[in-house]
Design a protein around this ligand. Sequence first.
Ligand SMILES: Cc1ncc(COP(=O)(O)O)c(C=O)c1O
Length: 444
Amino acid sequence: MLPSEQDLRHIVLDLRQMKSFAQDPLVIERADGVWYWDTEGHKILDCLSGIFVANVGHNNRRIIEALKAQLDRLAFAPPLHATNLPALELAKLVAEVTPGDLDTVKLLSGGSEATEAAMKLARQYHRQTGNPAKYKVIARYLGYHGATMGALGATGTPARKTVFEPALEGFLHVPPPTCYRCPYGLTYSSCNLLCAHMFEQVIEGEGASTISAIILEPIGNTGGIITPPDEYLPIIRDACDRHNVLLIFDEIITGFGRTGNMFAAQTFGVTPDILCMGKGMSGGYAPLAALAYCDRVADAFWGEEGTEFAHGHTYGGNPISATAGLMSIREILDRNLCQRALEMGACLREELKRIEALGVVGEIRGKGLLLGIEFVQDPATRQQFDNRFGVAVGNRALRKGVLLRYDPHWLAFAPPLIIEREQLVHAVDLLGESILEELKERGR
Ligand SMILES: Cc1ncc(COP(=O)(O)O)c(C=O)c1O
């Protein structure tokens, strides 16, 4: 039975108006593989991995059995005084699967904790290496780095931050590489990647001695799976190296096989100094996130009393979450799910040609099994719909039984990496029906 409005008065969903949710509530009861079932018995194809989390799929028995065994052995260890075996093993495995020398791992519980910790680590690093004035962070408009105050400072999406402003001091923003709608009115590649070079302009304009870090998502979710040209990240890496600015990748969405490699850093061939991970790290079997950082940074924290990273969270590195992470990453490795993301991503792109034929697709972009579709009224003019077309289509698709990420002008697919071709075909069928129905309702 669905909860009453009275029942729903006790609970608050993320970023949702609860009054309208209460009129058509969705309560998930169970999940298996790529499917959810709600309490009314409806089956929903999970093409969003919950929210970029269930990369290895739902109800994975190997992970669940390992978690049960760990619960029987040790549920919590004292985080100030000791580590524990799953945490040690997980940190070692993360060091192995991350690129370059990102060999030191701070385990945390959520993505916002990871981005906050990364920016704090950068400040403390510079302070301990003779550059105490380096504190500012350059981020991007349309970026999202989490809900807590520091993470919000780096966030560049007004809908997520304006109501909480003033934000913390010391955050600067530049436009992201939205080539389809270049903010400078330029065209790739004659633009010479102005948007990438803009980071260095800001570093120099502010004074390099004040800039601690650049933080960005290698592929931006908010704004519609903003996918940079290949040259973009190397240009930013180079500017960071020349100005002693730490490069932080927020891979909370792009990590753990999503883009066809364990991390988007490997997909684009650029290694950050600090890599933030979360979401898919545990596959959703427990709250888990982390930072992995390079030896140069780690060395500044190894030695004298008082130089340790002055940061911690009670649940960071707890043995249950660590076991979920360990088993999830092993699933990705053992079942070669990175390769699978590439194959199924190619398959999804092929299927999406049917959607392109409907005349409202401006661009399809992304890597692996992270694909976004930008909607336009007319591909020739690139004019956007003025009344939340993407939201209307996404809502219809959900009612038909496929969960997608959707916004006024775009929607995205990010299914579990175990998804099969027939399931993708089914999802695209339902999406196509939803678009046609919405167009009909709008008189087209
Ligand atoms: C790119 C990115 N960074 C950070 C976060 C914050 O993660 P969390 O919600 O786990 O705090 C999110 C969450 O959606 C995200 O998408």
